[in-house]
Every structure is written in C-alpha cells, then in structure tokens.
Ligand binder design. Structure first.
Ligand code: FAD
Ligand code: NAD
Length: 471
C-alpha cells in the first residue's frame, strides 16, 4: 500500500494549494480528485477553475466589452459599425481559458512531485483513503495526515428539476449557446447578479426573483441601495420579497409561478437559472462511518486551525464554515500544510475580502455599519463619491462610492466598502491596512498617485474626520 505524509481529497483552490504547499515543505503528498471536465477528461481546479470563478469572469469580461461598444464608446467619440455577437466563439474562449488553467494546475502537481490519484476518494478507519477511479480498480492509500477539501455543490429548490437545458444551475448558465430572449433567475445573490448581468448585457431580458426583502443583506446598506438602483437601470428586473411556487419546463421554455405581498404572478421564460446558494459537499466521503463530525448545517466541523474532531484529519475551503470563496480556501490550505510541517501559521478570517464582479464591482472587507450597530460598537464613517474622482470622470465610470468605517475612539479601520469600477483591485489596499490594524488616519496619510481610482479610498479615509478635499 502506498503511504503519504499528506493525502488531500479535492483538487479545487483549497485542495490544490494545500497540496503544493505540503510538497514545498518536503512532505510526500497525493491529491485525490474526481472532477471530470467539459471534454470528458479529468481536470484539477475544482469548481473555481472549471465552473466558477474563472469561466464566469471570462464571460463577464466578454459581455462587458460588448456592452461598452454599444453604450460607452460613443461618449468617447468612437463610432462603431453594427456589432454582432458570436456566442459559440465567446464560450469557446472561456473554455480555452479554463483548459489552460486546469492543465496548468496539473503541471504544478507534476513540478512539485504531488501524486494525482484520479477518482472518488472516501475515508476508511485507520487513516486510509480509498480512491475509486473513473476507470479501473479502487486503490487504498495510507496517510499520516488527511486534508479534506471536497468543496460545495449548488442548492436546489424542492419540486424544481435542474435539467441543465431549460432549467440550469450556475454550471449550465455558463454554457448557453445562444442568448435567451427572456431569462429567469431565482436568487439575487452573487451568482444571480453576476450571471444575470452577463446575459442581460448580451441582450436577454432578465427577471430576477429574490426571496428576501433586503437586497444583498451582507453588504453595506448604502452601497446595496445604490447597487440595486444601478442594476435595475441596467435592465435587471429584480423583484424582492418573492416566493417561487413552481417552475415547470416544457418544449417552449419554463413557466414560472410566484407570489409577493401584492399578489400572484405567472411568467414564461426561455431559460431559468437557479442560484439560491451552495451547500457543503460531503456525499460519499464515508464521514459518519469514520466518526467525522459534520454539523447540523452539513459543514465538516473544524476549529480556527481547520482541525476536525479526528486527530490528523483537517478540512478546508467551502466544506467548512466561513464564506465560500476561493481565496479563503487557499489560505486555509496553506495554513494547514504549514501547521502539519510544524509551523505556527494562521488565517485572519476578519480580513477576507469579498468581491461581486458586476459592473460596477462591489468589494468589501471587514464589518458593515449594521454589524457594528448590532454589536453595540461605536464607529465613525467617511465616504467619497466616484463622481468627484478625476480618474473616474476620465474613464466615464462615475457610479458608486467608497466608505471607510473606523472605531469611534481608536480610529482603527473596521471595514471598507467600495462600489465602483476597479473595486476588486482597490480593496487590496484596505485589506493590507486592516491586516496591519491601521487607523483611518494612517490610510489618510498615505500618498496615493494622481489621477487614480484609489484616490477615492484616500479621500474616504480623510473624510472619516471630515477632511475630504474634493467634495
Ligand atoms: P471546490 O472548488 O468545489 O473543489 C472541490 C473539488 O473536490 C472538486 O473538484 C470536486 O470534484 C472534488 N471532490 C469532491 N468530493 C470528492 C471526493 N469524495 N473524492 C474526490 N474528489 C472530490 N469564489 C471567489 O472567490 N471568487 C469568484 O469570483 C467566484 N466565482 C464563482 C462563480 C461561480 C459561478 C461559482 C459556482 C462559484 C464561484 N466562487 C467564487 C466560489 C468558489 O468557486 C469556491 O469558493 C471555491 O471553488 C471553493 O474551493 P474548494 O477547493 O473548497 O472546493
Ligand atoms: P448567495 O447566497 O450569494 O445568493 C443566493 C440568493 O438566493 C440569496 O439572496 C437568497 O436569499 C436567495 N434565495 C434562496 N432561496 C430562494 C428562493 N427559494 N427563492 C428566491 N430566492 C432565494 O448564493 P449564490 O449566488 O448561489 O452563490 C453561492 C456562493 O458562491 C456565494 O455565496 C459565494 O460564496 C460563492 N460565489 C462567489 C462569487 C464571488 O466571489 N464573486 C461569485 C459566485 C459565487
């Protein structure tokens, strides 16, 4: 029986990073992954590379180009002739990016001498992992340490069958070969907004049905309000406080029946995306049989160091508590590998940034004002509107704002919230500041290049003490 210092189950951004770091630290390492890519071939990279972060951003960028040509170029004095779409070519470009990255991860495994055991992995007592490949016989390997990184899968709705044709989840929504005339989306969360935006920009009429009354409840309330207004202006027909009663597919499309406080409604759509959240994936892991503790919400229970209730078995990424974000999983992967190697690494879960890749983007780190109100902590905030930024004007990207929230007494930055072009890049500065427990005054004292979008962060920090210069 082959023996490894570390066996990682799951080859997504949590698992493959854990494997690379383990190998870098001199631990003999294997990675077990069962994902079968679009061409029917095994592919590393998990949800993120194959059907998540990367393909969605490829389509977001392509659709943004199309939108800009139609709606933004004229104001720059650029005239365009009739612009046409080639959706199969757009999808092919996305697929090529995915293949190049998943092959890249396989190459990294080889370079770092990580053994890739293709197939489904399950746990057996005595620190054994049984790998059942797509073809061939199962193989059992012995592990000194096991890192579980089996990720998450989409939540479904009772009585709504996802056929990946008319009714799709996020994976199916990345594969449409033509623009649906009318597209329904259930869930105005991160996926609903990102993928709804893609198809809306490409010409679909998009109706989004959301159960909650509050739009993007986890974000800053002021930003959520502006974003809702902006997304509706862009054409997303977002209905809050709705309850979907049924969604039935037929040859022509999908018949949606739903209600809200005012009444009951029916709508026909050509395609329907179900985007109502994701759940941790532990199916087929044999967790109960080896006494691995799974909590009542389905997550593998871990402490702050990702240690499970079984010695030398760890769990990281979407399958454990915390935000379901690729970078959160990767950081946990590095931490666990380093702790196995005897180092004292940790992850600061308070400074994990979030980005929603709509246009403009929404990005934040730390607490919102409502988090702080609920916790009874006194704070002060400074905001700066993008319309007052010279660079934003030059770019014709004046929607949005930056908000910096600081402790009322110590001035320590507690949260930074951005709605605007390049928010995904600007947030990095806020993460660094918070990681070093900087004050709003520290951020306000740092020289920012002119003219840049990041000057808006500088101005918002100045404005925590009422000192913004350009408003
Ligand atoms: P996963 O990436 O889900 O990987 C788990 C892997 O384990 C898979 O390959 C799976 O096949 C394999 N596996 C599971 N069980 C077994 C088993 N028993 N044996 C063998 N293999 C197994 N996050 C961001 O941070 N930024 C984004 O922009 C972003 N965009 C997204 C867009 C979409 C449409 C979706 C769906 C998600 C997006 N996410 C994004 C979330 C991100 O994809 C996840 O947080 C991330 O992939 C989690 O990484 P992971 O390694 O924990 O799990
Ligand atoms: P989500 O939790 O962001 O949004 C789901 C939405 O569906 C919520 O607003 C919820 O209230 C709503 N909902 C739930 N049940 C409903 C029902 N029956 N009818 C109508 N609405 C309903 O989940 P998601 O958008 O599916 O994405 C899953 C996760 O994947 C995200 O939370 C995030 O962790 C990750 N992700 C991240 C990114 C990114 O980082 N940019 C992008 C995509 C996905």
């Amino acid at each position: 029986m082959k023996e490894f210092d570390v066996v990682v189950i799951g080859g997504g951004p949590a698992g493959y990073v854990a494997a690379i770091r383990s190998a870098q630290l001199g631990l003999s390492t294997a990675i077990v992954d069962e994902y079968i890519g679009k061409g029917g071939k095994p592919a590393l990279g998990g949800t993120c590379l194959n059907a998540g972060c990367i393909p969605s951003k490829a389509l977001l960028d392509s659709s943004e180009h199309y939108h800009r040509i139609q709606h933004k170029y004229a104001s720059h004095g650029i005239k365009t002739a009739k612009v046409t779409l080639d959706i199969p070519a757009m999808i092919k470009r996305k697929d090529e990016i995915v293949t190049s990255l998943t092959k890249g991860v396989a190459g990294l495994m080889k370079k770092n001498k990580v053994t890739w055991l293709q197939g489904h992995g399950h746990l057996e007592l005595g620190m054994k992992v049984v790998v059942t490949p797509q073809k061939g016989k199962p193989e059992t390997v012995q592990a000194k340490n096991i890192i579980i990184a089996t990720g998450s899968v989409p939540r479904t709705l009772p009585n709504v069958e996802v056929d990946q044709d008319r009714i799709v989840d996020s994976t199916g929504a990345l594969e449409f070969q033509e623009v649906p005339k009318k597209l329904g989306v259930i869930g105005a969360g991160v996926i609903g907004l990102e993928l709804g935006s893609v198809w809306n920009r490409l010409g679909a009429e998009v109706v989004v049905l959301e159960a909650m009354d509050d739009f993007l409840a986890m974000t800053d309330a002021q930003i959520a309000k502006e974003a809702l207004k902006e997304f509706r202006k862009q054409g997303l027909d977002i209905h809050m406080g709705t309850r979907v009663n049924s969604a039935e597919a037929d040859k022509k499309g999908v018949l949606l029946k739903y209600e809200d406080a005012k009444g009951q409604y029916e709508q026909r759509v050509d395609k329907l995306i179900i985007a109502v959240g994701r759940k941790p994936h532990t199916e087929g892991l044999n967790a109960t049989e080896v006494d691995l503790y799974i909590d009542e919400s389905g997550y593998i229970h871990v402490d702050e160091f990702c240690t499970t209730n079984i010695p030398n078995i760890y769990a990281i990424g979407d399958v454990v508590r915390g935000p379901m974000l690729a970078h959160k999983g990767s950081e946990e992967g590095m931490m666990v590998a380093e702790r196995i190697a005897g180092q004292q690494s940790e992850v600061n879960h308070d400074t994990i940034p979030w980005v929603i890749y709509t246009w403009p983007e929404i990005a934040w780190v730390g607490k919102t004002e409502s988090d702080l109100k609920q916790a009874g902590r006194e704070f002060k905030s400074g905001t700066f509107p993008m319309r007052a930024s010279g660079r934003a004007l030059a770019m014709d990207e004046t929607t949005g704002l930056v908000k910096v929230i600081a402790d009322a007494k110590t001035d320590e930055i507690l949260g930074v919230h951005i709605f605007g072009a390049a928010a995904s890049e600007m947030i990095a500065e806020a993460v660094v500041a918070m990681e070093y427990q900087a004050s709003a005054e520290d951020l306000a004292s740092i020289v920012h290049a002119h003219p840049t979008m990041s000057e808006a962060v500088h101005e918002a920090a100045l404005n925590v003490s009422g000192r913004a210069l350009h408003i």
